[in-house]
Unconditional design. Structure first.
Length: 244
C-alpha cells in the first residue's frame, strides 16, 4: 500500500496527533454496531426503549438484560490490527490522544493508555442515583443489581439518548483536537455530534485532517487526505511506511 509523500512527511514532522475512532474499527473485530445488535428478541424494541433514561425508568430489568447480553458479546471479541497499530503509532509522538465514540473498551484492551471514551464504556456500570462506579456486581442475579452505597439501581456506564456527553471527556477531546498538528478520523460516519465536529475544529486551528474509512463520509471533502480501506489494513501499512 502506497501513501502520499506529503502525508508521510507531515507525520514524521508532527509532535502532536489526535485520533477519533468510530464503529468501523470495532466492526472489523466482528462486533455489531448499536442498531445491528437489535436482533432476535430485541428487534421489536425501539432504540429509545433500550438506551434512554426514560426506557430505564419504565423497564429497568429489560434494559439491564439487553446490556448484559451486549457485555457478553463484547467479552467475546478481541482488538484487531487497527487497534494495535494505533498503540504503535502512539510511541512515535510526544503527544498522542485517542478519542473514541465506541463503548467496547477495545482500545484499552489493545494497550492504548487513557483513551477518551466520549460515550462511556459498556464494561463498566454505575449507580443510577448517586453515580458511584460499581467495581463488582452479580450478572447471575435475576433482578437489577443495586448500589452498595445508596441502594439505587445499577445501570451501564454509557451515554444514552437524551443525555449529555461527560463534560471532562468532551473538553479533553476538544483541547486535543484544537492543539494537534495531525488529526485522524477513523471508521466513523462523521455524522454523530458532537464528535463529528472535532475534525473541523482541528482543521480550523491548522491541523492536517486524515480520514481512514471504507466509504466516503460528509468529512471526505474537507479532509486533506482521505484513505479508502479498512483501518486494520491501512493503519498497519501506514506504520510500516513511516517507521520500518
Amino acid at each position: 500500500m502506497e501513501f502520499p509523500g506529503a502525508l508521510l512527511e507531515s507525520l514524521r514532522r508532527a509532535q502532536r496527533v489526535a485520533v477519533l475512532t468510530g464503529a468501523g474499527i470495532s466492526q472489523e473485530s466482528g462486533l455489531r454496531t448499536f442498531r445491528d445488535s437489535q436482533s432476535g428478541i430485541w428487534a421489536k424494541y425501539r432504540p429509545e426503549d433500550l438506551a434512554s433514561p426514560e426506557g430505564f425508568r419504565r423497564n429497568p430489568q429489560m434494559v439491564w438484560d439487553w446490556y448484559a447480553w451486549r457485555r457478553l458479546a463484547v467479552e467475546g471479541v478481541r482488538p484487531n490490527a487497527g487497534h494495535y497499530a494505533l498503540v504503535q503509532m502512539a510511541l512515535h509522538f510526544a503527544d498522542f490522544t485517542l478519542i473514541t465514540q465506541n463503548v467496547d473498551g477495545l482500545h484499552a484492551a489493545a494497550g492504548t493508555r487513557a483513551p477518551i471514551e466520549l460515550h462511556g464504556n459498556i464494561r463498566h456500570v454505575r449507580c443510577s442515583e448517586c453515580a458511584a462506579r460499581a467495581e463488582h456486581w452479580d450478572e447471575s442475579e435475576k433482578q437489577v443489581p443495586r448500589c452498595a452505597l445508596c441502594g439505587g439501581l445499577l445501570r451501564p456506564d454509557v451515554v444514552w439518548f437524551g443525555e449529555p456527553l461527560p463534560r471532562a471527556e468532551l473538553e479533553r477531546a476538544l483541547r486535543a483536537s484544537t492543539e494537534c498538528q495531525v488529526f485522524f478520523s477513523i471508521g466513523t460516519s462523521a455524522i454523530v455530534q458532537p464528535a463529528a465536529s472535532l475534525p473541523y475544529a482541528a482543521r480550523r486551528t491548522g491541523a492536517i485532517v486524515v480520514e481512514i474509512n471504507a466509504e466516503s463520509t460528509p468529512l471526505t471533502g474537507a479532509a486533506a487526505f482521505s484513505l479508502r480501506g479498512k483501518s486494520g489494513e491501512v493503519l498497519p501499512a501506514l506504520v510500516k511506511a513511516l517507521w520500518q
